[in-house]
Design a protein. Structure first.
Length: 486
């Protein structure tokens, strides 16, 4: 049997290790699939932004220039809550292009998880595409730049006076790939106007003239961390691992954890994947033991533990049997016996007393004036009397007697297979013996006794007989105490 258990242990252990290995391989596959879905979702969002740009260009309106203000080189005005800003424009045009940026923001938020914080369009003139990567003074900035923002705010004037948006973004070569100028993703930063943490997706648009590509303008879409939230949560629900998106400076821009703290020092705790054609990375928590324990593995572990426990129990069976015997004795003494008198208690009737009891004498014995003994001589003397009375009952009762402390100074005694004459003789002997006790000076201890004889076939019948004995006990007390009433 012992050899058989060892073989089973080895089989289940092998199955457990193999199952965990297969689960790890499956998780790696699922991680790769999830990263692919995140990248596809990101590309789809870029496609959505480009479509919105195309729609805005198709639906733009030419409106007359409204009343404006001038501050330094910046001319600005508001129209229906939108801001339009012209940088060093001379002469001032009579008309301007109107893009419904507010409507675009609402439409994008409906599709991109309410992640759009703002939209800016910086319209430039005749800058060749190849100059986009050159670090020159007139970098992406020429006379006549026009900036459209989705919300009118005079604070934008201060920003434009200090730096042109396009120059500020594109002067950092990390912001855009040399092999791709379709879009760029700017690192997470604190917006200077509205003081919000955001990152920007930047999409340049071009015109072609005489086979030469010219920059028409640059679109800036500002987003919060909700931009990645839906995709990351979906991936976590599939693989059960935490994920995050970090920028090129390892600043977190989206995470499935509230307090995600990533540094180069903790890189070993995560798998790292490139996000599309950007400098961003998707981090995935490394697979641990907890991730490899599915329902099947837990079942195998339970089998292994069960087999181990079974073998252990077989080896220790004899010891356990001895312990059970000791425990049974302790249970008899602690559960069914009164701690003071060592007689049975009421729990004995509920759990251990066997039926039927033919010709059973059901006797209630009550110590007379016991309260006055406690009051006058103290509880310690009262306890001595209780122990003495219980000992007399146990000694004189005989083999077929169950003595039970019924409560306080009252005892229930069950005499099995008796008759009226035998029972009366026993009770008289007990009564006389108690009178001879000399525990308290100048105080004779007496008892009143109520009894009957009946056939007891159940617990309910016993309680009914005790009730009748109790009536006889009251008769004994009311007739002067120190009496036996059967």
């Amino acid at each position: 049997m012992k050899h058989y258990i060892k073989i089973l242990n080895c089989i289940f252990l092998f199955i457990l290790i193999f199952s965990m290995y297969m689960r790890k391989e499956w998780l790696h596959t699922e991680i790769s699939t999830s990263i692919e879905h995140i990248n596809n979702s990101f590309d789809e969002k870029i496609y959505i932004l480009k479509n919105e740009i195309h729609y805005l260009n198709k639906t733009k309106k030419i409106l007359e220039l409204p009343e404006y203000e001038v501050e330094g080189p910046i001319t600005y005005f508001a129209t229906d809550g939108y801001g339009v800003y012209l940088d060093r424009v001379s002469p001032l045009p009579e008309t301007y292009e109107f893009y419904n940026l507010r409507g675009a923001k609402m439409a994008l938020n409906a599709r991109l998880n309410d992640s759009v914080l703002g939209i800016i369009y910086n319209k430039a003139k005749e800058v060749e595409a190849e100059k986009l990567l050159e670090n020159q003074e007139n970098f992406c900035r020429v006379k006549g730049d026009i900036v459209f923002v989705d919300t009118y705010d005079e604070r934008w004037v201060k920003i434009f006076q200090k730096n042109s948006l396009s120059k500020d973004f594109f002067k950092n070569k990390k912001s855009i790939s040399r092999n791709n100028i379709d879009y760029a993703v700017y690192d997470s930063y604190i917006d200077k106007v509205f003081n919000k943490n955001m990152f920007s997706i930047i999409i340049p648009t071009y015109d072609i003239n005489d086979d030469i590509e010219y920059l028409r303008g640059i679109w800036y879409f500002d987003f919060n961390e909700k931009f990645f939230e839906k995709d990351l949560k979906k991936a976590k629900g599939k693989i059960g691992l935490n994920l995050a998106v970090v920028d090129s400076k390892n600043k977190v821009v989206g995470s499935t954890e509230e307090d995600f703290n990533f540094t180069e020092a903790t890189m070993k705790d995560y798998y790292s994947y490139k996000l599309g054609k950007t400098s961003y990375r998707v981090l995935v928590e490394r697979i641990g033991i907890k991730n490899l324990l599915g329902y099947e593995e837990l079942i195998f572990i339970m089998f292994l533990i069960s087999l181990k426990m079974y073998g252990y129990k077989k080896e220790k069976l004899q010891i356990e049997v001895e312990k059970l015997k000791v425990a049974e004795k302790i249970r008899d003494h602690l559960l069914v016996r009164d701690s003071l008198t060592k007689m049975y208690n009421r729990y004995f009737i509920e759990k251990s007393l066997g039926y039927p009891l033919q010709n059973c004498g059901v006797v209630l014995i009550d110590i007379d004036h016991f309260k006055s003994i406690n009051d006058n001589y103290g509880h310690e003397k009262g306890d001595h009397i209780l122990r003495a009375v219980s000992n007399i009952i146990k000694l004189l009762g005989g083999k077929n007697v169950h003595g039970i402390r019924w409560g306080g100074e009252e005892f229930l005694v069950l005499f099995k297979d008796t008759d009226r004459y035998k029972l009366l003789r026993k009770l008289e002997l007990i009564q006389v013996s108690i009178k001879k006790l000399r525990i308290v000076e100048n105080r004779v201890v007496t008892v009143s006794i109520g009894a009957l004889i009946d056939d007891i076939d159940s617990k309910e019948a016993l309680y009914k007989a005790v009730s009748e004995s109790d009536k006889n006990l009251y008769k004994a007390k009311n007739s002067g105490r120190d009496r036996i009433v059967i």
